[in-house]
Design a protein around this ligand. Sequence first.
Ligand code: GLN
Length: 204
Amino acid sequence: MSEVEGRRVGVLALQGDVDEHTAALRRAGASPRTVKTPADLADVDALVIPGGESTTVMKLLDRAGLAAPIVWRVRAGMPLWGTCMGMIVAAREIVGVDQPSLGLIDIAVRRNAFGRQNDSAELELDIDALGSTPFPGIFIRAPWIERCGPAVELLAERDGRGVMVREGNVLVTSFHPELTADLRVHRYFLDMTGSEAGNTSTAA
Ligand code: GLN
């Protein structure tokens, strides 16, 4: 049985592309489960915040009583991965708009920075942490990263802007690995759940 086999990974299921993430996590060997309540959250070892609409999800997080418990768990070391909307929700700062976020990773992001609603792009990304084969990056109204704190590790960029970064137990991607057949980012995240990285929060 591999390290990640059966790992209880939650996917925040208030809005967004939840099913694609649970399917990819299952293919990568984990035991995904949806998270809609604080009780669901208490039952997982790691959390994915999927793509979707960040203003809607911030409101739904508050209504579900999940915002504060997610912050506590992540500060206590629970691995978190935010894709696209999830990156915005996890960021310390959202530039240009007055919008709350959870402040779990020391980055400033700009929403919809790579294009409008109908603009999506699939681009090959060089991501050393995933090996030499380029990763198919699917961008849909994606945010970019304008500023990173000193402890943030840059893992991939597009047009000189960070699109995959990590700070300790928090990983964020502007693109959507769950919409491809390539499981390498899911496996990278599952590896985070199996190492000491998952027990040490460096996020402020
Ligand atoms: N544009 C969305 C937002 O700002 C994010 C898009 C996505 O998750 N694909 O919330």
